[in-house]
Structures are given as structure tokens and as C-alpha cells.
Design a binder for this molecule. Structure first.
Ligand code: MRU
Length: 364
């Protein structure tokens, strides 16, 4: 491993970019212990469902390096699982690592857990590459359908919310993977990037990623999407996901639902890209997904770079005004045009979810 969002350096230390400093500074942090891994997830130095899962698995491996006992294994699993509640990939990765190491004698656990964490990383990169291929086929088909009414060379205009790109995963991203692929193939694409208040993952992270790869994009405030859709300036929306319920409802960054409603009203496709590991068959529907309630300060303050170059948070809400800050929302299955997974595109419905899970089990 790996020139990816997580890498092991020449001294065997796990490193990643501190995403709280982007887009202003690209600084790597070292994750040397289970405490470092949990802290990075809680502080959102690492974020995005698949990346949270991978860092959780590494956390378990680092905990076992220090103490491979049964008690330490269960304690680390429980402690890491509590780092963030909504993305099911954290539980999926911790369970996968647990299944691998729990039956082993303690002396063999640390090495096996490290191997499993590496495999989770490799698998994530591979899943996302395949999501990119399936999603690109979907987008190419849309482009062909639109072609008769377009001038030659007009870009496909896609809207995305939050950051479901390379740095939310090990590589490629989920929602951005098909976009990168089309861009690589010289298919003209343009991305409307929702800023994604309160933490601005769109403005700060998606825009940074797309700019780094030269993908044409425009940052918009969260409330602009509806107008742009009505004006015919959006061809489809594609977003990532933190948890898919058994009935096909999807939980993703707060504000996703409103984009899905606007897309439906305008007759536009709304696709959700995610690996099968984001499906939670234990959640019967979206109401069963725990929604993270985050610190009020994310709403009362906006973080940015001041004219003198320092990064600072400035207050934008009057002193004393009450604030609510749910981090995610649920988009009902009926508004989702399809789940773009590593095994193909599935209907967002109980049947589609069951088929996606079966394909995951069969490895097809
Ligand atoms: O709070 P975040 O930044 O972790 O939220 C991220 C998202 O909502 C992403 O869309 C989701 O995790 C998918 S990442 C491939």
C-alpha cells in the first residue's frame, strides 16, 4: 500500500491528509495508534463513509498491536464504532476485521488485523473503480439520449452534493468515480458542486479534488440547485451515501433529500453511488438510520481563510440563537433512480437491495 487516501510510509506508519485543512493546506497526519484513528474520525480529519470504515479497521489493528487480548479486541471494536453513527461502513469494516481475527490465538491477531485492514483498503479502491465503470455507462447512455437536442461538444451537466470523491474513499470516489472516468475519456462533463453547509465539503473538498484533476466545475450555494434544474442546466444528480436501508431508502449528507425532490419535480435522474458495503440490511427503512446531530458551532460559525492567510472560524449567527445541526438526511427510495454499485446498477427498492446484496455475496 499505496498512493491512496491512506498510505503506509517507509517506516511502516499509516498516513493520510488532514481534510479539515483543505483546500488551503495539504498536510499529512500520522495515525500511530487506535486513539489517533478514532480522533481522526471524530474530528473529521478523515471523513466519508468508506474512508471512515478503513480507518476504523486500521484502528482495530493498531489496538491489537498494543494488546491482542479478547478484552482489548472487544473494547476497541466498541470504542471505534462509537466514533460516528451514520455511515454503516464503519460497522461493516469493524465487523469484517473482527470476524477475521476473533477466532485466532491472540499472538496472531495483530498481523491478521493489519492484513485485513490492507485488504479492506484494496477492496474499496477496486469497488470504486467498478462503480466508476457502471456509473460512466449510465452517464454515457444519458448523454446519447440528450444528444439530438444538444449542440455538439456540449458538456453533460451533473450536480453533486457533499464530497463522495477520492478523499472520501481509498481511491476514485463513489459519486465522482464515473465523472473522473468520463473526463479521462475526453467526454465533456461539468459538475455543479453544492457547497454543502455547514462544513462545506462540496466547496472545500469536491471543488479541490475536481480542480486537481482538471474537471470543469462550478461551486453553487446549497439552495441554487433547484433553480438550475428548472432552467435545464442540470442533466442529472449523482451523490454518495452513508447507509442504504433494506427498502432502498438512502441516508446521505444533510440537504440530499431536497436535491432529490427538486430532481423528481424537474424529471431529472437522481442516482446514488455506493459500494454494497454501504447497504445495511438490518435497517428496515430510512427511519431506522441513526442521524448524527453535530455541534452547533458548525452552524454558528463558518471556517475559511482570512486575507492574511490564516484559517479562522467567523461567527455568522447572533449570540444566543438556538441552532440545530443534523448531519444527514434520508431520501426515500421512490426518489432514487438507481443504486450504482460495484456489481452494477440496482433499483432502489427492497428487491433491488436484495439483488445487490446477493451479487455482493456471490462476488459477481
Ligand atoms: O460528514 P461526512 O463528510 O463524512 O459526509 C460524507 C457524505 O455524506 C458522503 O456523501 C458519503 O459518506 C459518501 S462518501 C463516498
Amino acid at each position: 500500500m499505496m498512493s491512496r487516501t491512506l498510505r503506509i510510509d517507509e517506516d511502516g506508519v499509516l498516513r493520510t491528509i488532514d481534510q479539515t485543512l483543505l483546500p488551503f493546506e495539504r498536510r499529512e497526519i500520522a495515525l500511530r495508534s487506535v486513539e489517533d484513528c478514532r480522533r481522526a474520525i471524530v474530528s473529521m480529519q478523515v471523513r466519508g463513509a468508506p474512508l471512515i470504515g478503513a480507518v476504523g479497521a486500521w484502528g482495530l489493528a493498531l489496538a491489537l498491536r498494543d494488546d491482542p487480548s479478547d478484552a482489548a479486541l472487544h473494547e476497541a471494536w466498541r470504542w471505534l464504532l462509537g466514533a460516528r453513527p451514520t455511515a454503516v461502513n464503519l460497522r461493516w469494516a469493524l465487523d469484517r476485521a473482527m470476524r477475521r481475527v476473533a477466532p485466532l490465538p491472540p499472538a496472531q491477531r495483530a498481523q491478521a488485523a493489519r492484513g485485513e485492514a490492507m485488504a479492506i483498503c484494496d477492496d474499496d479502491a477496486d469497488c470504486n473503480r467498478r462503480i466508476g465503470e457502471h456509473g460512466a455507462a449510465l452517464l454515457e447512455a444519458l448523454r446519447e439520449r440528450l444528444a439530438p437536442n444538444r449542440r455538439a461538444g456540449a458538456p453533460l451537466n451533473l450536480l453533486t452534493h457533499c464530497n463522495a470523491g477520492r478523499i472520501a474513499t481509498l481511491d476514485h470516489g463513489t459519486a465522482l468515480a464515473p465523472i473522473y472516468l468520463l473526463h479521462q475519456r475526453d467526454v465533456p462533463v461539468h459538475v455543479w458542486v453544492d457547497e454543502t453547509r455547514p462544513r462545506n465539503q462540496g466547496a472545500s473538498l469536491t471543488a479541490w479534488e475536481l480542480a486537481e484533476r482538471g474537471v470543469p466545475h462550478t461551486v453553487i450555494v446549497d439552495n441554487a440547485g433547484g433553480l438550475l434544474m428548472r432552467q435545464g442546466r442540470v442533466d442529472a444528480a449523482i451523490v454518495g451515501c452513508d447507509r442504504v436501508a433494506a427498502n432502498g431508502d438512502v441516508a446521505n449528507k444533510i440537504g440530499t433529500y431536497l436535491k432529490a425532490l427538486a430532481a423528481r419535480d424537474c424529471g431529472l435522474p437522481f442516482w446514488v453511488a455506493c459500494p454494497v458495503s454501504t447497504i445495511d440490511p438490518q435497517a428496515v427503512d430510512g427511519d431506522a438510520v441513526p442521524i448524527e446531530e453535530r455541534d452547533a458551532r458548525e452552524v454558528t460559525h463558518a471556517t475559511g481563510r482570512l486575507a492574511d492567510g490564516t484559517i479562522a472560524a467567523v461567527q455568522v449567527v447572533p449570540d444566543g440563537s438556538p441552532v440545530a445541526n443534523p448531519g444527514f438526511d434520508v431520501t426515500p427510495a421512490r426518489l432514487v433512480g438507481g443504486l450504482v454499485t460495484e456489481h452494477g446498477v440496482f433499483e432502489a427498492s427492497a428487491e433491488g437491495v436484495a439483488r445487490a446484496l446477493a451479487a455482493g455475496l456471490a462476488g459477481t
